[in-house]
Design a protein around this ligand. Structure first.
Ligand code: NMX
Ligand code: MLT
Length: 396
């Protein structure tokens, strides 16, 4: 379905050369217009959510009001904490997140209203309520998974009603004192929020919800798509790949050594993680925005892992062009997103896609509200099959 316009997506559109626009606003325009948190300048998740849902730039007061509303709904119910605590620490954090999100449908108001026989015209309102409740609970759920897997036995703080969603998330993860990391995560979570509807995770939520499954189980399914290495898991894979390169080549790696390493990866039949895209044909503006964040901070500029990302960016497009397969030899957002987390001490890279999963809820759930408001139908594409094999009795 490449290039085939087959979905309605209200909140964003992706141009192959310009990158993403959220209701017409580019990332630099969003950075200029969307309110940050008190004491910070990075876009908050609430400001982005407001823009995605309403098409309007919120005032600071509106963004804070939404932050307070989400914080007030943010604690996890006991059944969900018990469920998450019962999972083995060896289970991938993305699987845990998907399980946790699915279980929260215990409290779905959409499902309850459907059982009562609600009208079609009411679908959107219950979808909105479920979506806001889910977004509110994601930091507590995602942080609990992190603590259980990587910092067992450490006590989780309560949700602070005066903090924004990401302020609470970093606090719950145990990194609340790191202002730069919190600002980085605000930027990360706002710009990963939506990437029009054709990406595998948002599209999955859209498809599943078109059956009138509630937003929780629809988004749980989306997380399973995000957990694939060609999609969101690439941010984990980038870091694994960069660290393997560092292990093999040591410090002070030259660009020639990186070129050789890139060829070695390609010749072994693997993809170069963090490069290429299904739609983009230029460097991803989200990659650029995260690189610009690094460029304003001397500690990040001096960081060996960030330097390796920059050096790789100097040579990888040339190698991929010479290799001649990928239609887009430029970096996508995953080429850098995890490396900044690594620098700040959040080194458990199997967790990185969970952060992407907290973010993608903003766009994927927004669209469920619109899809139900607009009365979009069940998604059921027609198929084509091979010239009949059954007629001849056997597939072989
Ligand atoms: N390294 C090596 N080969 C590549 C790469 C890459 N980074 N990107 C594409 N190719 C190959 C691709 O495997 C395909 O080969 P074949 O003909 O043997 O099947 C060929 O180039 C043509 O693929 P494209 O049409 O350029 O890419 P497609 O739209 O099918 O896939 C990605 C897009 C993103 C899945 C692909 O570029 C890729 O595998 N990239 C690496 C993984 C990655 O970074 N994924 C994250 C995407 C962003 N996200 O967060 O979701
Ligand atoms: C995304 O953010 O979903 C990825 O860039 C993949 C895509 O857009 O297809």
């Amino acid at each position: 379905m490449r290039g085939l316009k087959a979905m309605l997506w209200e909140a964003s559109v992706l141009d192959p050369y310009e990158g993403i626009r959220f209701h017409g606003l580019s990332i630099p325009e969003c950075q200029k217009l969307l309110p940050g948190a008190p004491g910070g300048s990075a876009i908050t998740a609430e400001s982005m959510l407001w823009l995605l849902l309403t098409g309007k730039v919120p005032t600071e007061a509106e963004s804070r009001q939404l932050a307070r509303e989400l914080a007030e709904k943010g604690e996890l119910p006991v059944y969900a904490t018990q469920l998450i605590d019962s999972l083995p620490a060896t289970l991938h954090p993305m699987t845990q997140l998907s399980i946790g999100v699915a279980a929260l449908n215990h409290d779905s108001v959409f499902q309850a209203a459907y059982e009562r026989g609600m009208q079609k015209s009411e679908y959107w309102a219950y979808t909105l309520e479920d979506s806001l409740n889910l977004i509110a609970r994601l930091p507590a759920l995602a942080a609990r998974i992190y603590r259980n897997v990587y910092k067992p036995g450490t006590a989780l703080p309560d949700i602070n009603k005066d903090l924004d969603l990401v302020g609470n998330y970093t606090n719950l993860l145990g990194y609340g004192a790191n202002h730069d990391l919190t600002e980085y995560l605000r930027l990360y979570i706002s710009i990963h929020g939506d990437h029009e509807g054709g990406n595998a995770s948002a599209h999955t939520a859209h498809l599943v919800n078109s059956t009138l499954s509630d937003p929780y189980i629809s988004y749980s399914a989306a997380l399973c798509a995000l957990a694939g290495p060609l999609h969101g898991l690439a941010n984990q894979e980038v870091l694994r790949w960069q660290l393997e390169m560092q292990k093999e080549l040591g410090d002070n790696i030259t660009t020639d050594q990186i070129k050789d390493y890139l060829w070695k990866t390609l010749k072994s039949g693997r993809v170069v993680p963090g490069y290429g895209h299904g739609v983009l044909r230029k460097s991803d503006p989200r990659f650029i925005a995260l690189q610009e964040f690094c460029d304003t901070r001397p500690d990040l500029l001096a960081s060996p892992i960030i330097q390796m990302v920059k050096k790789t960016y100097e040579v990888a497009p040339g190698v991929l062009m010479e290799h001649g397969k990928t239609k887009n030899p430029y970096p996508n957002v995953d080429a850098t997103s995890g490396c900044v987390l690594y620098h700040y001490g959040l080194t458990e890279f199997k967790y990185y896609t969970v952060i992407f999963g907290v973010s993608r809820a903003l766009g994927a759930l927004t669209q469920l509200v619109w899809a139900r408001a607009l009365g979009l139908p069940l998604e059921r594409p027609k198929c084509k099959n091979l010239p009949s094999t059954h007629a001849h009795g056997s597939l072989t």
